[in-house]
Ligand binder design. Structure first.
Ligand code: GSH
Length: 120
C-alpha cells in the first residue's frame, strides 16, 4: 500500500511539474501589497498529497507565495497542526487574524476560495 501511494505521489508531482500554472504578471508594488496581505498565512501540507497540490496550484495561478510548512519534514509543524488545528489532515491554512487570534482552515476547496478572494 505504501509503495502504491508513493508511486502515485511521484506521478502527481511529475504532472504538476509539467503542467504547472503560470503566475500573473503584476507590477512590483502590487505584488508587494499582495505579499503583505498573505504574510499572516501559512499552509500546512505534504508535497505529494493531491489536495495539497490543488491548493499549491491555486496559489501559483493567483501569484500568492504563501509560506509552506511540510508536516513530515518538521515535527513541530505536525504537532502544531494536531494540537492547535485539531486534526492531522492536510492541507490546512493557518490564518492569523488582526486581533492575533488564529483560525485553522481545513478543506482544499474552502482554502482555494479563500485564497482567490485575496487575489481578486
Ligand atoms: N476533503 C479534504 C481531504 C484532505 C485529505 O484527505 N488529506 C489527506 C492527505 S492527501 C490526509 O491528510 N489524510 C490524513 C488524515 O486525514 O489524517 C480536502 O479536500 O482537503
Amino acid at each position: 500500500m505504501f509503495i502504491i501511494r508513493w508511486i502515485l505521489g511521484r506521478i502527481i508531482l511529475f504532472f504538476d511539474f509539467i503542467f504547472t500554472p503560470r503566475s500573473p504578471k503584476r507590477a512590483a508594488a502590487e505584488q508587494q501589497e499582495i505579499n503583505q496581505r498573505i504574510a499572516n498565512l501559512s499552509l500546512y501540507q505534504l508535497p505529494a498529497c493531491p489536495f495539497c497540490v490543488k491548493v499549491r496550484r491555486a496559489m501559483k495561478r493567483n501569484g500568492l507565495p504563501v509560506e509552506l510548512r511540510n508536516i513530515n519534514k518538521d515535527e513541530k509543524y505536525k504537532q502544531e497542526l494536531i494540537s492547535e488545528g485539531g486534526k492531522r489532515t492536510v492541507p490546512c491554512l493557518r490564518i492569523v487574524n488582526q486581533d492575533k487570534s488564529v483560525h485553522w482552515l481545513y478543506e482544499s476547496c474552502e482554502i482555494v476560495t479563500y485564497l482567490e478572494k485575496i487575489a481578486s
